[in-house]
Design a protein around this ligand. Structure first.
Ligand code: URA
Length: 186
């Protein structure tokens, strides 16, 4: 269950064009969670369609992972005005949808600090935690989770891009049924 197209759970409904629905395989063992839709996503109703999406798609392709084999969603499903970071209240309003979407996944990939903080409910220091597989509790069940940089961070930062590439390699092991919390990256 994702957010309904007429969702009014928070104030973001006022400025949006579209509720941005998840993309990819609804039954994939691996869910990528971004921050929030931007302009292109708001226009199309699909996540990661703009510049960040192009980077993500290119890295997925380089690593032999098809976008259609993973599940892609965001912490909030409506675009915050001016692409600001969603507030705690907005993320809390959308959390029931996100938690529902994450049921039964084997790995959650948090793309960026906002998604990581929303799911872990604590501050995170990405430079220290990137690509270390940890556990997150979603509705009482533990799921493996890996924190990584948002694709936007790799526009000008090759280390962030390399880290994201490594994250995709970790995700691939889960898609192939080989992943576990014992695997660690860079
Ligand atoms: N950035 C995100 O975090 N999510 C999107 O869907 C697009 C850009």
């Amino acid at each position: 269950m994702s957010a309904p197209r007429d969702c009014a759970a928070c104030g973001l409904c006022e400025g949006r064009q579209n509720v941005v629905c998840p993309d990819g395989d609804p039954l994939s063992p691996v869910a990528f969670v971004g921050e929030a839709p931007g302009q292109k996503e708001d226009e199309t109703g699909r996540p990661f369609q703009g510049r960040s999406g192009k980077v993500l798609d290119a890295l997925l392709e380089e690593e032999g992972v098809s976008r259609s084999s993973i599940y892609i969603t965001n912490t909030v499903k409506c675009r915050p005005p001016g692409n600001r970071v969603p507030t705690k209240e907005e993320m809390a309003a959308c959390l029931p949808y996100l938690e529902e979407e994450l049921q039964g996944r084997r790995l959650i990939v948090a793309l960026g600090r906002t998604a990581a903080r929303d799911l872990l409910r604590r501050e995170v220091k990405l430079s220290e935690e990137v690509n270390k597989v940890t556990k997150v509790t979603v509705r009482g069940r533990e799921i493996d989770m890996v924190l990584t940089y948002h694709p936007a961070a790799s526009f000008y930062n090759t280390r962030a891009k390399d880290a994201l590439r490594e994250t995709i390699r970790i995700a691939r092991t889960y898609l192939e049924g080989r992943g576990s919390a014992s695997s660690t990256g860079t």
